[in-house]
Ligand binder design. Structure first.
Ligand SMILES: [Zn+2]
Ligand SMILES: [Zn+2]
Length: 96
């Protein structure tokens, strides 16, 4: 089950369950669309995997299975992230 983290790990933007801007990698590193696609160029700065849009948990399920309230906020070093993105962005995710 996804944690559905409440914020962008890099810029701390609010990303509630109903947000259409939340992107996740396979480890559920969570970023806003701008950070995931523009800043990190669809390369997760932590695991180098790709991002996909986080699904929205239906309202009727969210009471029984609430989204996480634990904020993960750890601003990335943009120089290091850039090097990593350059290395992986042109490699299709199935081959990374
Ligand atoms: Zn962000
Ligand atoms: Zn990741």
């Amino acid at each position: 089950m996804l944690e559905i983290r409440p914020n962008c790990e890099h810029c701390n933007k609010e990303l509630p369950n109903t947000s259409t801007e939340a992107m996740i990698c396979s480890f559920e590193c969570t970023y806003c669309k701008n950070c995931a696609l523009e800043v990190f160029e669809n390369v997760c700065p932590t695991c180098s995997g790709n991002f996909v849009e986080r699904p929205i948990r239906p309202l009727k399920m969210i009471e029984k299975y609430p989204s996480s309230t634990k904020r993960v906020f750890d601003q990335k070093n943009l120089k290091t992230a850039k090097v990593n993105s350059e290395k992986y962005k042109n490699i299709t995710p199935t081959k990374r």
